[in-house]
Design a protein around this ligand. Structure first.
Ligand SMILES: [Ca+2]
Length: 188
């Protein structure tokens, strides 16, 4: 795949995320659970409070498996099997409330086989409007299959921004495991 073509696909994926995945997503919401970044709490075979796109129950581009073979934290991770090269597939957390002026660490672990991922985080303002300028690529083209890789990003929340989410986009056909997603305030 050319760099230009891949960039176009990624851009489309990000645009899809910025409209909050209003279609073709699967979400099992549980208001009492929070981020569920360890993917330990599930409903009908899917971790709660994570959006999966496209909807794995109706679109064969993405298969979602709660994997008890590999885990960084707890007893299980999320396993994403992407089958179609030209589709952007991935996951996105729900918004986590944060305070402007405070600093947060966004971290997670991924393990890859045959594909790449983009790890993203973005903030939202008080009206739940995505703040584009805070959308950031954290990592991409990670081609060290077989080993868990840890990533983190430090972010001081700008004024008027009130929440944050994190997500993964899978680029290419392959398998991604993800576990131990954290959004934590960093002590001053
Ligand atoms: Ca886990």
């Amino acid at each position: 795949m050319t760099t230009r073509r891949r960039s176009a696909i990624i851009l489309v994926g990000i645009c899809l995320l910025m409209i909050s995945c209003t279609s073709d997503v699967l979400l099992k919401r549980e208001s009492t659970v929070g981020l569920n970044g360890s993917f330990e709490i599930t409903d009908s075979g899917y971790p709660v409070n994570w959006e999966f796109f496209p909807n794995p129950e109706t679109n064969s581009a993405l298969q979602v498996i709660v994997d008890t073979t590999y885990a960084v934290e707890g007893n299980q991770s999320i396993k994403l099997v992407a089958r179609e090269i030209d589709d952007v597939v991935g996951i996105q957390s729900q918004q986590v409330q944060v305070q402007s002026g405070k600093t947060y660490r966004i971290s997670l672990s991924v393990k890859l086989s045959g594909c790449s991922v983009w790890v993203r985080r973005a903030t939202w303002d008080a009206d739940s409007v995505p703040v584009n300028s805070r959308l950031a690529k954290v990592a991409d083209d990670l081609r060290s299959p077989g080993e868990w890789q840890h990533f983190e990003d430090i972010l001081t929340i700008p004024e008027r921004e009130t929440s944050i989410y994190v997500g993964l986009s899978v680029i290419g056909s392959g398998t991604v495991w993800c576990d131990d997603v954290r959004i934590e305030e960093v002590a001053e």
